[in-house]
Design a protein around this ligand. Sequence first.
Ligand SMILES: NC(=O)c1ccc[n+]([C@@H]2O[C@H](COP(=O)([O-])OP(=O)(O)OC[C@H]3O[C@@H](n4cnc5c(N)ncnc54)[C@H](OP(=O)(O)O)[C@@H]3O)[C@@H](O)[C@H]2O)c1
Length: 215
Amino acid sequence: MNFVSSADGAAEIEGRSGTLGGPGDRQVFRVLRWLADVVLVGAGTARAEDYGPAVVPAERREIRVAAGLAPVPPVAVVSGSLEFDPTARLFGGEVRPLLLTRASAPPERVAALRAVAEVVTCGEDRVEPALVLAELAARGLGRVLCEGGPMLHAQLAGAGLLDELCLTVEPVLAGPGHLGIVAGAPWLAACPLELAHVLEEDGSLFLRYRVPREP
Ligand SMILES: NC(=O)c1ccc[n+]([C@@H]2O[C@H](COP(=O)([O-])OP(=O)(O)OC[C@H]3O[C@@H](n4cnc5c(N)ncnc54)[C@H](OP(=O)(O)O)[C@@H]3O)[C@@H](O)[C@H]2O)c1
């Protein structure tokens, strides 16, 4: 999971995360994408941030291919409603995106979007996070970079499916009234983290946490 946050824990300002992250965060964002098999994101984020396909420069494609990865990772979006415009930039790349949805998604939307994306059913009335990871793994997409948003993050971490959290903390206070990096129903217990890595540049902290596993 990769997030950027203000020092007071805001994950968005005016509904977007772009204004929070500086050059260092953008570099981390790109590099994590270049290391991933697939970029996973919730539909709320894909819409708010007008997601497009992942961009991988030629020299990075060579490194990826030499390491056994596809030249460009597909983007996979979790959505129950499938409220997407088939002409949106998300669907305009060289790699078809995946739409991870539920069996009860509106059939006319499924039909319209099948022309521009691979539509995968991962649950009956809701998308089940464990089925999402299983469907991605079945396609050889085992190294999953999730870019949020807070609702999808809370479901993956709450279900014990998170293994790492890369968190950029920017030197700014956003003030009250913002979304944090998790949203949705409360958990039964907190999820402990182990700090694995800290970098600093221009006052920004780049933290990498691991979720400890039972032996
Ligand atoms: N700071 C950061 O690094 C960062 C990163 C990401 C996002 N953000 C911010 O977070 C905000 C978006 O937050 P969010 O919590 O709404 O976004 P989200 O988690 O990206 O998306 C929520 C949407 O995902 C779909 N979804 C999630 N879980 C589902 C499930 N189990 N079953 C079916 N559908 C499911 C639903 O889409 P449908 O409505 O299509 O059914 C739901 O409305 C934006 O302001 C964005 O800028 C910040």
